[in-house]
Design a protein around this ligand. Structure first.
Ligand code: ZN
Length: 60
C-alpha cells in the first residue's frame, strides 16, 4: 500500500516517514504524513499552521 506525502505526494515509505496526529473527540487521527521533517516543516510554513499556535503564548 503506498501512502503519499501530504506535502509533496511522494510515497513516504521511500524515506523515513513522519506522521502527525491530532486528537479529535478523544481519538487520535492521522492528519498528515511526510517523507521527513523537511516536508513537514515546509507544509507547516506554507499553511501557516504555527502562527499564534504556541501553547505557551498566553502564559506571560
Ligand atoms: Zn514529501
Amino acid at each position: 500500500m503506498s501512502e503519499g506525502c501530504t506535502y509533496c505526494g511522494t510515497d513516504v515509505h521511500v524515506h523515513e516517514p513522519v506522521f502527525v496526529e491530532e486528537e479529535q473527540s478523544g481519538e487520535r487521527t492521522t492528519i498528515g504524513k511526510f517523507c521527513n521533517y523537511a516536508c513537514l516543516a515546509q507544509y507547516i510554513e506554507e499553511n501557516e499552521l504555527e502562527t499564534g499556535a504556541c501553547c505557551q503564548l498566553d502564559l506571560s
